[in-house]
Design a protein around this ligand. Structure first.
Ligand code: BES
Ligand code: ZN
Ligand code: ZN
Length: 497
């Protein structure tokens, strides 16, 4: 979708549809204008209660010679309106508009009392892009879900135009990059292999030659690095594992943040094979990796004043004559030995070598993104990220970013007393707990063994893949974590530690 921000009056632009946001309890200047253009229709709709302005309410009308259609969309009470209410409104309106043969759209930038025009424009534009997204690489669209090709964001107040343009530009970067990440998650595992992820990483380096540096380790280099836990996961597959290193360095004095993303391009479970039902969904077990690529790309394009390193251990988890077996013991890069009791708990194995490798960067903070455990889906459902940290104040900061972006997280405990469950009789650690209970915590405790720096672990198993339509995105890969991480990273202005 091509997006432009224009500062004009309602009578100066044309579009196939005009999207206008209205409150339930306030009729402002915008409403007056649109009511006049529609010869009093909005007032009539209000009086008859055909349109009340409640959240997510959408009313499509035939318009004027300039706009053949108008979509009135409710934002609820002005007192409680938030950026998330706006995003949900955009989602509801786009769902209706996409059913019609409409290719271009104009959207009136609403004024939300607690937010600047830049914040509103950013949320609006990012959501337009996210809601417009369709994954159509293997199937022609059926016509009922046509993408909008062009959108003009209409700023009625001239003095807000500059700010709105700035916010709109940031929103465009975010929206496009969330969709880039969703594409990686939606493509099947016969397309998105570890080498395919590496190719995308290299492309990022080529697109931003002065900003992003990319290095890829193959099997030989990984052996030299003693990444034996990661290599163990990969050994049952014909696909060569890859270890991606992306570097975006803004300035020396800025904080050094390392991002790690789980890149299992297909998780069959290995010899501890998963049941076949829904196994096809395990192509999204590289969602953490895709999120890390998306964050680095976004940070570079927004010129965030931070140093970011992205690390992606990428491998495919398959059973074969060469595959790891329950009971195998590997010596991880850190020197700690791990008994692989269950080959389906492969994420922690892949991640532990990346977490150890990260030490060379002396991170002020490391954040990992991983579709790590089914247990986090049981605990928190499909809307909340499970967040663990060895520094509690970091989770409070993250929670704040979550409130801004609408990407929800919930703090989870690194419960010391459960550490006994991941002790092995034969090795330093076992990769699953001696009990099934609290597996998300067991997994996080396992990872904690390899961290010696401030660390946040985000278990995104529940949120990275939508099996139901959400207010502003459809089924499939969600690109979860990008908007949250960018908002959080922006707030990390001063040096941590
Ligand atoms: N990739 C899965 C976790 C997962 C499950 C992600 C559901 C998304 C949705 C992970 O590698 C895994 O298989 N975990 C096992 C661990 C168990 C063997 C201790 C699980 O959660 O069942
Ligand atoms: Zn698994
Ligand atoms: Zn997995």
């Amino acid at each position: 979708m091509k997006i432009s921000v224009v500062s004009k009056s309602l009578s100066q632009i044309t579009a196939q549809a005009l999207l206008v946001f209205l409150f339930a309890d306030k009729t402002g200047a915008e409403e007056k204008l649109i009511n006049e253009a529609l010869h009093g229709q909005v007032q009539k709709l209000r009086q008859s209660k055909d349109f009340t302005g409640k959240t997510r309410e959408v009313r499509l009308l035939f318009g004027t010679p300039l706009f053949s259609r108008v979509a009135l969309t409710g934002l609820g009470q002005i007192k409680t309106v938030s950026l998330e209410t706006l995003r949900e409104g955009v989602g509801a309106a786009m769902a209706e508009i996409k059913k019609l043969p409409i290719k271009n759209l104009a959207v009136v930038l609403p004024r939300l009392p607690k937010y600047s025009p830049a914040e509103v424009a950013q949320a609006l534009v990012e959501t337009l892009l996210i809601a417009n997204y369709e994954f159509g690489h293997y199937k022609k669209p059926d016509g009922s879900h046509a993408e909008i090709a062009e959108t003009k964001l209409l700023v009625l107040e001239k003095r807000e135009a500059k700010q709105a343009a700035r916010g709109g530009a940031a929103g465009e970067i975010l929206g496009l990059n969330v969709n880039f990440t969703r594409d990686l998650g939606n493509h099947p595992a016969n397309t998105v292999t570890p080498r395919h992820l590496a190719k995308h990483a290299s492309e990022l380096g080529q697109q931003h030659p002065n900003k992003i540096k990319v290095k890829v380790l193959g099997r030989t280099e990984m052996k030299r690095e003693n990444m034996n836990a990661l290599l163990a996961v990969a050994q049952g597959s014909e696909e060569e594992p890859q270890f991606l290193i992306l570097e975006y360095r803004a300035k020396k004095s800025a904080p050094m943040v390392v991002l790690v993303g789980k890149g299992i391009t297909f998780d069959s479970g290995g010899i501890s094979l998963k049941p076949s039902e829904k196994m096809e969904e395990m192509k999204f077990d590289m969602a953490g990796a895709a999120t890390v690529l998306g964050i680095i790309k976004t940070a570079a394009e927004l010129n965030l004043p931070l140093n970011l390193i992205g690390l992606v251990p990428a491998a495919e988890n398959l059973p074969s004559g060469k595959a790891i077996k329950p009971g195998d013991i590997v010596r991880s890069r850190s020197g700690k030995t791990v008994e692989i009791v269950n080959t389906d708990a492969e994420g922690r194995l892949a991640l532990c070598d990346a977490l150890d490798f990260a030490k060379t960067y002396q991170p002020d903070l490391l954040i990992d993104f991983a579709t790590l455990t089914g247990a986090i889906v049981v605990a928190l459902g499909d809307d909340l990220i499970g967040a663990f940290s060895n520094r509690e104040n970091l989770l409070a900061k993250l929670q704040q970013a979550a409130r801004v972006t609408g990407e929800k997280m919930w703090p989870m405990p690194l419960e010391n007393s459960y550490e006994e469950f991941i002790k092995s009789d034969a090795a330093d650690l076992r990769n699953i707990g001696t009990t099934r209970y609290g597996d998300s915590i067991n997994a996080a405790l396992f990872l904690q063994n390899f961290t010696a720096y401030p660390w946040i672990h985000l278990d995104i198993a529940g949120v990275a893949w939508a099996t139901r339509s959400k207010p502003y995105y459809g089924k499939g890969a969600t690109g979860a974590g990008i908007r949250l991480a960018i908002e959080f990273l922006k707030s990390l202005s001063k040096k941590l530690k």
